[in-house]
Design a binder for this molecule. Structure first.
Ligand code: ATP
Ligand code: MG
Length: 162
């Protein structure tokens, strides 16, 4: 299905904003989106699940009041989604392993926070199915950035039949 990614990501963010407000939390979500509309061929339910997973982690592994920066930018043949937090970060040796099934940094701490350690493994699977890539950059005590790159064929406004 051809999906307007700006709209989809916006919709996901909006739901998190409502949840944050209704639970009296103070996370600040900043949006940094390209002005252009990005159309991507994706399974909308699965793609929303991936964005939800990463947004969930950003909140779960960062202190209340932290900033979450959500951006959407285009390169020549890809669109890059990124979600950055100001949280506890991930040790260098573990940054690639967070996408493994059941892998969780610091078992004790993670157990206290709940979850199964499957969110990112599922996300990676979904992104692979879409011909994209997912990766993370992180620094302990500073924060993490999760990136998703998806193949993207730019569509000129004039290419549409009204
Ligand atoms: P769930 O299955 O409910 O998502 P989970 O959050 O533990 O459980 P993943 O989302 O797959 O599982 O993440 C795996 C691990 O990677 C987490 O347990 C956590 O240790 C680490 N991690 C993921 N996102 C972040 C983040 N934004 N900041 C710091 N650590 C993170
Ligand atoms: Mg998770």
């Amino acid at each position: 299905e051809l999906v307007n990614l700006n709209e989809m990501f916006h919709f996901v963010i909006e739901r998190f904003e409502m949840m944050i407000t209704s639970t009296n939390q103070n996370y600040r979500i900043k949006k940094d989106f390209t002005q252009r509309t990005i159309w991507v061929e994706v399974d909308p339910d699965k793609m929303i699940q991936v964005l939800d997973n990463i947004m969930n982690n950003a909140l779960k592994y960062s202190p209340d009041g932290g900033q979450i920066t959500c951006s959407l930018l285009e390169t020549h043949n890809n669109v890059i989604i990124s979600i950055a937090d100001e949280g506890m970060g991930i040790p260098k040796k573990d940054v690639r392993r967070v996408f493994d099934r059941f892998f969780r940094v610091d078992k004790a701490r993670s157990r206290a926070m709940g979850g199964s350690g499957l969110g990112l493994a599922i996300s990676k699977e979904v992104i692979k199915e879409h011909g994209g890539t997912i990766w993370a950059e992180s620094e302990e005590e500073v924060g993490s950035v999760f990136y998703i790159s998806l193949p993207y064929v730019p569509v000129e406004e004039g290419d549409f039949w009204e």
